[in-house]
Design a protein. Structure first.
Length: 314
């Protein structure tokens, strides 16, 4: 029987958790073993994790007993919730509570909670700076994560403040779009502000660094980014690396909210928050801290170079 310490990973078949499982298993001399939590251990994604040596267990955030079992005996628990799967703030809050309660009940010695700011601490609900969404939120998928921080107070927790995934340019519709005149438009409603971003895979690698550092980061907030970069600077890198002409469209938050796709209001408010409170938002995310946790950390140019064939141009 292995004497390695188990890290139980929520969202293991997804971006953040998957990066952590791969980081743990890529370090065979390390002190940890990944336990990947999935609703469906037979899925192709779960089987890929098994193939790299991860233990794969069934767990569903809507079934607290299954998360208790998944966390049992673990040294670490990586906790993340999945707002965009259901777009329900109440559901996300309930899922976060389930993760926190299971970690506390199973006395997990080191928990990472993947969180974001509760923007209502900057923009009160009665402020007309941006619309209120679902009666209780300004940026639902941020606010709920920040609100859920309190659930984790009963466990030794590191609060990991993540950043915008550059992978949103591949799978989230944020790729440069043809403008019909031979050039491309990259829409990012952050004006001239620099925005912290990161390769999604690097979040898991940084989380691995947090578990390796252990006690030093318990009860601390750790904010990570691969680079702080403006929309115009991103467009310039995309132009150079992709060999096309990409122009940054600094849409206003109002324009972005009016695009009307599901979540456009939430994301419009999110980008406005990042723009209007640039100093606080960037101040909470440190590239050097992230690099100390993960020596392979990518900047935006390196991420584009590695992913240039995956960025759609339609
Ligand atoms: N996109 C960004 O720029 C960005 C930036 C910062 C933070 N975030 C946040 O990141 C979170 C999502 O993380 P991610 O991108 O790593 O997720 P993801 O890639 O969408 O993966 C989610 C995984 O979670 C699992 N899952 C879904 N519902 C579940 C449930 N009820 N019980 C157990 N597992 C469940 C699924 O695995 P199975 O199907 O195998 O069960 C799925 O593979 C969101 O809340 C988002 O707000 C996103």
């Amino acid at each position: 029987m292995s004497d390695k310490k188990i890290i139980a990973v929520a969202g293991a078949t997804g971006a953040q958790g998957g990066g952590l499982v791969r980081a743990i298993q890529a370090d065979p001399s390390g002190q940890f073993q990944a336990r990947a939590i999935t609703r469906n251990p037979d899925s192709e994604a779960a089987q890929k994790l098994k193939a790299i040596g991860a233990e794969v267990v069934q767990g569903d955030l809507t079934d607290g007993d299954s998360i208790d079992r998944a966390f049992r005996g673990a040294h670490g628990a990586f906790c993340v919730t999945f707002y965009w799967d259901h777009m329900s703030p109440e559901r996300e809050l309930a899922d976060a509570r389930t993760l926190a309660e299971s970690a506390e009940q199973e006395r997990v010695p080191h928990v990472i909670w993947s969180t974001l700011e509760d923007t209502r601490n900057w923009v009160p609900l009665d402020s007309d700076r941006m619309p209120t969404i679902h009666d209780h939120y300004k940026v639902p998928h941020f606010d709920v994560k920040g609100e859920a921080n309190k659930f984790f107070k009963g466990s030794p927790t590191t609060f990991l403040l993540t950043s915008f995934y550059w992978d949103n340019l591949i799978g989230f519709g944020m790729n440069p779009k043809p403008d019909g005149q031979g050039s491309y438009t990259f829409t990012l409603p952050t004006g001239e502000a620099k925005m912290p971003g990161i390769a999604a895979e690097d979040i898991g690698k940084c989380a691995y660094g947090v578990f390796k550092q252990g006690d030093a980061l318990i009860n601390k907030a750790v904010g990570i980014a691969g680079e702080h970069i403006s929309g115009a600077e991103m467009a310039a890198v995309l132009s150079e690396v992709l060999g096309i002409n990409v122009r940054h469209h600094a849409a206003s938050p109002e324009e972005f909210r009016s695009y009307g796709f599901p979540g456009a209001d939430d994301l419009g408010n999110m980008f406005q928050f990042k723009r209007d409170f640039e100093s606080d938002f960037r101040g909470a995310r440190d590239v050097e801290v992230a690099r100390r946790l993960n020596s392979e950390l990518l900047n935006f140019r390196q991420w584009v170079e590695q992913n240039k064939d995956r960025i759609p141009l339609t």
